[in-house]
Design a protein around this ligand. Structure first.
Ligand code: ZN
Length: 246
């Protein structure tokens, strides 16, 4: 399994950047997890849009779905240019009916996921944890059967993350706030909270994402390292995490 960070800013993209979007690849299968603002432009630095097999969204906040609309236009233009008429499935929850409806267009189809079940997409299995956020949002545990990525999406700290992230190979956390701030009011976590989850869940690597546009971001890593003893790093566009298959 290979994970490429496409976008990592929280709320809005800093100059030249993109908000939440992660490309998960297993063999030839390509899944885009969230499609934040600026992500479609960035994605094309790594793959062709027509090579995407599926998209899944955690929730319908703009910084996670802003580029779904332009992705749909890209599929439409692609159909004229290449004659390709395949339908791209976009998986989402249905607790926001209006949001879910926006996933369907000429060459994309909204597909409901059941947050209580296991979703099989190509070679990947995905389970969900409802996050604590102002709107319904789901974190994901994505595995190829051997290696596991856990993505918190947007959430305040909750104990349930520890079980959910147990022994994951890599954990991507919501780190929208510095350790001395209160992220909970905005529905997000601090560097400290993400690190506490990583430590207690015994994950092998921590990536801090959904980053703030202010302050010295290296401070977030410094803070996280006070609570988690494995490798920590800031999300960066183009950063690739690859599983070591046994
Ligand atoms: Zn959100």
């Amino acid at each position: 399994m290979k994970v490429t960070i496409i976008g990592f800013w929280g709320g809005y993209p800093a100059a030249g950047g993109a908000t939440s979007a992660y490309l998960v690849e297993e063999k030839d299968f390509k899944l885009l997890v969230d499609a934040g603002s600026g992500s479609l432009s960035k994605l094309q630095k790594y793959i062709n849009i027509s090579d995407l097999d599926a998209v899944i969204v955690s929730h319908y906040h703009h910084d996670h779905v802003a580029d779904i609309g332009v992705l749909q236009y890209a599929k439409l233009v692609g159909s004229y240019v290449t004659g390709e008429k395949d339908i791209l499935p976009i998986y989402g929850h249905t607790e926001d009916k209006q949001g879910f409806a926006t996933l369907t267009h000429h060459y994309t189809k909204g597909v409901a996921y059941d947050p209580n079940g296991t979703l099989e997409i190509g070679p990947l299995s995905i389970t969900f944890l409802e996050t604590d956020h102002p709107v319904p949002c789901y974190g994901m545990r994505i595995t190829n059967g051997e290696s596991t990525l856990v993505y918190t999406a947007d959430t305040t700290y909750q104990e349930a993350w520890i079980d959910f992230a147990k022994d994951a190979d890599v954990l991507i956390t919501d780190c929208n706030f510095y350790a001395d701030q209160d992220g909970a009011q905005a529905g997000h976590m601090t560097s400290k909270e993400g690190a506490v989850i990583a430590e207690k869940a015994n994950v092998k690597q921590l990536i801090l994402s959904h980053l703030p546009q202010y302050g010295d971001l290296n401070q977030l890593v410094f803070e996280a390292k006070q609570y988690y003893h494995g490798p920590v790093q800031l999300a960066k566009e183009g950063f690739v995490w690859k599983s070591v298959e046994k």
